[in-house]
Design a binder for this molecule. Structure first.
Ligand SMILES: O=c1ccn([C@@H]2O[C@H](COP(=O)(O)OP(=O)(O)O[C@H]3O[C@H](CO)[C@@H](O)[C@H](O)[C@H]3O)[C@@H](O)[C@H]2O)c(=O)[nH]1
Ligand SMILES: [Mn+2]
Length: 745
């Protein structure tokens, strides 16, 4: 019996059946190629518009090829945490990392909630340690963490006792109110107490933010007095946390003139500090706004990390990025649900998901630069010079790294945390990395504002695979930028970082030629890395109809030509295909509509600016920077949503290309309709096709400024009042709503 159990796998890899989508994808590809052939054959009879259209459509075909490749084998994983203890005698330690950078853009209460959800996760507490990196060197963040660790002593036992599902208190208490019928009196009392305590905690943090922290522990705050954000020594502090996972606050040293490499730099400091303190073989990393939403997540991830016989398969386990309280129907197109669902799972089926920067479990030895089949490493580990060249000259650290690389980490007796505080200070120095491999071959890789994609790519290049952990309820939830400009800034930063990778020596093409990146994985990476380049053909194609109308020429075949059918078929099939993806994921038609428009807007604006900032960098005119996304916690209700779906119009340059395209097309329509067009060459002028395209472009660009079209709003209003009606009816029947569902006992 026992043997039988041991042979049960910890996870299964299940290929999705997707014959129909594949067929449609191939049909679209065929149509695109037919279109190109048609353009080529008729190139001589047409002018510049034809050539431009051919150029854009070739590009779209190329992108579609990359898309089809990426989506081809979609894979799901199913994990069985109940079998874990049959595989391993005890669970391995995990170091958990949280990064925060700015107490204003990232309010400490958000970080606090993330930390609380980590501390309360379902995993043996003595196997966990939580490290918070604060690039904002904020006494407020530190104060909030100290207060949070006090609250954690009540919160964690409460969560475990009643098996609470959502362990980030702000989310838990914003749920439906507690109803007394179906829970015990004891639970009700403790629930109220916990809610009061949490409100007290938030209040304290809010007050402290207002009076910039005077408070009762001046001694602990000494280190923060008289320091500047870009010029200060390392600060490392522990919050007293007996019985709970260790909680460590780190603000790494920063000096002017020393590059600090943004988040990648912070992650490397976290890696080293934890290396000398707890040195767990696995590391979980989350952004400050990504709390653990499913307390079983570590157990599920362990199935994927431990379930392979030689431990060589998956370098990291990535969870999809999901967001809480997303605006209804995703007006900014930044919730990325469909993207993760199809393209994301497609990459999973090749060499494994991209590293997405948060919600990811890493093997420490992989981060230290190990390759899957590295046979020479054991020889090198006794060579102190080699170790210092790679990892820097802290003896404590090189010793722990050698342990990790030889696979002995986590097997030694539990470390004495605070005996290592001196070593921790040394490895957090801003000069520590000079002359070492950090940021080049070891740790998070420098040189891109999307350090996540770059780091994952470097790992895949060494021949590692990665695995995907998508749970229901989702393992992690974060917050998507809530305002228009913020969403654009984020997209611009991504575009910048992606192009930095594409144009560097670390580009996936070289990684396939000279490394072990699989060819199809290379194409998948190309799919994302070419985002910024897509801005040019998108802009050209959006300008084409206007240009044609104004000059009375055409870029589409005439209505009577059979070739027009290719365009019509492409338009219809492509839209039905994308729509079906949304409907299959359970999203609304409106979400599909919003996203189609926003992808166009984003590609023409944010991605264009991303490309420009890389050009400026190449010209040596400016450096690329990591602009932190603003996060807010406010739970959006239906009514406060009144302005959602519109951009706050501000002075940001993002509006320039969009507005230009919009105005040019409006002008063209006006000229066309008023009959001011020049006479065409041989009756070969613009026709209905160009007009329709122009209207489409105008509608898309309006996504920038206006609420979605009127008819959607009316449909929605009607359905809302209908829904309200039916809710009232059922309430009348049941004598009350379903109420709070504390599945907790
Ligand atoms: O100098 C810095 C800048 C940022 N951060 C942290 O980096 C994280 C991500 O920053 P955010 O502004 O939220 O960026 P997003 O665009 O939302 O992040 C996505 O994109 C990033 C770059 O690709 C990834 O690093 C993230 O994990 C991924 O969630 C946050 O925790 C920040 O505190 C630092 O620690 N130091
Ligand atoms: Mn973020």
């Amino acid at each position: 019996m026992a043997n039988y159990l041991i042979s049960l796998p910890l996870y299964q890899r299940i290929s999705r059946k997707n014959t129909i989508p594949r067929t449609v994808e191939l049909i679209i590809l065929f149509l695109l190629f037919s279109l190109l052939v048609y353009r080529l054959l008729s190139l001589t009879n047409h002018g510049i518009t034809w050539l431009l259209a051919f150029f854009c459509e070739s590009w779209f075909t190329f992108v579609w090829l990359l898309t089809v490749n990426t989506k081809w084998n979609q894979v799901d994983y199913k994990t069985h945490p109940d079998r874990l203890l049959q595989w391993v005698p005890e669970l391995p330690p995990v170091d958990m990392f949280v990064t925060t950078a700015d107490p204003v853009l990232e309010p400490p209460i958000i970080t606090v909630n993330t930390v609380l959800s980590l501390l309360a996760v379902d995993y043996p507490a003595h196997k966990l340690a939580c490290y918070v990196s604060d690039d904002g060197v904020s006494p407020l963040t530190f104060y909030s963490l100290v207060e949070a660790s006090k609250f954690a002593k009540l919160w964690v036992p409460f969560c475990k006792k009643y098996n609470i599902h959502v362990r980030a208190p702000f989310r838990y208490f914003s749920g439906k109110p507690l109803l007394s019928q179906d829970v015990s009196l004891e639970f009700q009392q403790e629930w109220r107490k916990m809610k009061d305590e949490y409100e007290h905690l938030s209040q304290k943090i809010e007050d402290a933010a207002k009076k910039s922290v005077s408070c009762d522990f001046a001694d602990k705050f000494d280190v923060f007095s008289n320091i500047e954000r870009r010029n200060h020594p390392t600060i490392i502090k522990d919050a007293d946390s007996s019985g709970l996972p260790h909680l460590v606050y780190i603000s790494r040293e920063k000096r002017p003139k020393h590059p600090h490499h943004f988040k990648a730099g912070a992650m490397n400091v976290l890696t080293r500090v934890s290396g000398v303190m707890t040195n767990a073989p696995f590391m979980l990393n989350v952004d400050c706004d990504m709390f653990i939403n499913n307390p079983q997540i570590i157990l599920h991830a362990m199935c994927l990390l431990l379930g392979v016989k030689n431990g060589m398969d998956s370098a990291f386990v990535q969870s999809p990025q999901k967001f809480y309280d997303g605006l209804k129907d995703d007006p900014y197109g930044n919730q990325l649900v469909v993207l993760f669902e199809y393209l994301g799972r497609g990459v999973v089926g090749i060499q494994g998901p991209f590293y997405a920067g948060t919600g990811c479990f890493h093997r420490r030895k992989v981060i230290y630069g190990l390759s899957p089949d590295d046979k020479e490493i054991t020889g090198k580990l006794s060579d102190e010079d080699y170790l210092q060249n790679q990892y820097g000259n802290s003896k404590v650290f090189t010793k722990s790294a050698a342990q990790t690389l030889s696979g002995l980490d986590g097997k030694t007796s539990s470390p004495h945390l605070w005996s290592s505080v001196e070593a921790a200070n040394i490895v957090a120095d801003c000069g520590y990395e000079y002359g070492t491999s950090w940021g080049i071959k070891v740790g998070w890789i420098y040189g891109s504002t999307t350090e996540d994609i770059l780091t994952g790519l470097t790992i895949h290049k060494r021949g590692w695979r990665s695995a995907y952990c998508s749970l229901d309820p989702p393992g992690f939830l974060g917050c998507a930028p809530s305002g228009g400009p913020a969403a654009m800034t984020q997209q611009k930063r991504w575009a910048t970082g992606l192009l930095e990778i594409l144009l560097s020596s670390r580009s996936p093409i070289f990684a396939t030629l000279y490394g072990k990146l699989e060819f199809r994985q290379c194409l998948a990476y190309m799919w994302i890395l070419v985002w910024p380049l897509r801005s040019i053909p998108e802009l050209c194609y959006a300008a084409l109809p206007a240009y044609c109308i104004i000059t009375n020429s055409h870029f589409l075949p005439k209505v009577q030509e059979p070739a027009i059918l290719i365009h019509v078929a492409l338009f219809v099939i492509y839209n039905l295909y994308t729509l079906s993806e949304y409907l299959r994921t359970g999203l609304s038609i409106r979400a599909w509509w919003n996203n189609q428009r926003m992808w166009r807007v984003t590609s023409m604006t944010a991605w264009l600016f991303g490309m420009l900032s890389v050009i400026l960098k190449l010209l040596g005119l400016s450096e690329t920077v990591f602009e932190v996304t603003k996060k807010d916690q406010t739970t959006t209700s239906d009514d406060s949503n009144a302005n959602a779906g519109t951009f706050t119009f501000d002075e940001s340059p993002f509006f320039v290309p969009g507005t230009t395209i919009l105005l040019v097309n409006l002008t063209a329509l006006a000229i066309g309709l008023l009959g001011f067009r020049p006479t065409s060459r041989g009756g070969d002028g613009s026709g209905i096709g160009e007009f329709l395209c122009s209207v489409c472009v105008i509608d898309t660009m309006l996504a920038f400024f206006l609420k979605p079209p009127f008819f959607f709003n009316s449909i929605e209003k009607a359905s809302k009042s209908w829904r309200r009606q039916s809710v009232n009816d059922s309430a009348a029947n049941n004598g009350g709503g379903a109420g709070h569902a504390p599945s907790e006992k």
